[in-house]
Design a protein around this ligand. Sequence first.
Ligand SMILES: Cc1ncc(COP(=O)(O)O)c(C=O)c1O
Length: 419
Amino acid sequence: MTLPLTEHILYTQDQLHIEACSIESIAAKTTTPFYCYSKAQLLSNIHHCQAAFKPHGMDIHYAMKANSNLSILRLIADQGLGVDLVSSGELLRAQAAGIPEKSMIFSGVGKTTVELTLAINAGVGQFNVESVEELELLATLATQHARSINAALRVNPDVAVDTHKNITTGRKGNKFGITIEQALSLYQCYADHPWIKLSGLAMHIGSQIQSVTPYRQAIEKLMALATKLEEAGFSINSLDLGGGFGVDYGDGANLDLVSVAQEIARSTANFRGRIIVEPGRSLVANAGVLVSRISYIKEAQPNPFLILDAAMNDLMRAALYQASHPIVPTNTDNDSAIRHYDIVGPICESTDTFARSYPLSKSLKAGELVAFLCTGAYGSVMSSTYNSRSILPELLVSGTETQIIRKEITQAQLIEYEL
Ligand SMILES: Cc1ncc(COP(=O)(O)O)c(C=O)c1O
């Protein structure tokens, strides 16, 4: 494994640093576990993404589900990106971060009446509709509120994707989107609707994808549909191609954004409208770490257990889809021979296991810190309070400055909500 360290999250003199701050110095000022992000890494990821897609005139809408902390959102919005959101909660957050409603795309398979009403009245720029039934409801609400709606149909192109089965979204049997056949008849049905303007097609085929092939295959199907619709007299003004661009979690595999952009440009060369992409993970994953303290090293067979104070409720990805994150000591100056550990959290579930037989220094001791790398995406946002555990603080580092960007939601505060 090659550690996915970056220009801004790296070892300096045996100490893991985020920019100019050592993790040990940050941990001295807060409780563990905690999430910590690098502002410079985040900005570098955004600029890299813009450099890949902007020369082709493509629009970037950050899929805010990956990390929706307000400070992170503000940084992303300041760079001129729009957002892709999937709930009224995300809409409120995007508004709180100052993102213009026109720059928002509302995706999601189960938008409720309340959520659609809120989004319609807020003036959300584009609705990505995922079913016949949703379009009916959207049309009813748009008529009631006398609001013009710009909508795209999310199509399920049914392509195979080389990722974990739980994070494919564009295969037959996945709940997302409508079929290509349905798209044509919906365009015909809503052609003269006074408030619904169907003018785009959308797709999102999965997450942590490592090859451009499924994009090429899916875009081919989308382009064929767009051509058919145009021949039938409909104008298709936008193609939203989703996100899903894979990042390196230590196995060296990732998806280079420049090649994705080139592939998209090639595959959509005959399309004259606007192309949108919705990256989430690739903008934030490697900009964040989860820092945890070792509570115990419990001797056992076949491996000792490294029992951490972080658990599956803080970082669900391992329990949810067997994802692995590189786990590293924050201080390597005592590094000695390697020992293999089973790395677990304190929660009363056997799936509260981050790694099995994981090689780390033999000299590790209870009380020392480890960091989970590449946890800026789908980390903190997926937290729960299982076992009545708190929601972790989040910090942002910029140079020598460390700022708390979300306070811990404490165990006592959680109890206050119960009547
Ligand atoms: C509609 C949509 N767009 C974009 C994304 C972002 O995916 P990723 O974070 O893998 O780039 C998702 C993730 O599930 C999604 O559902």
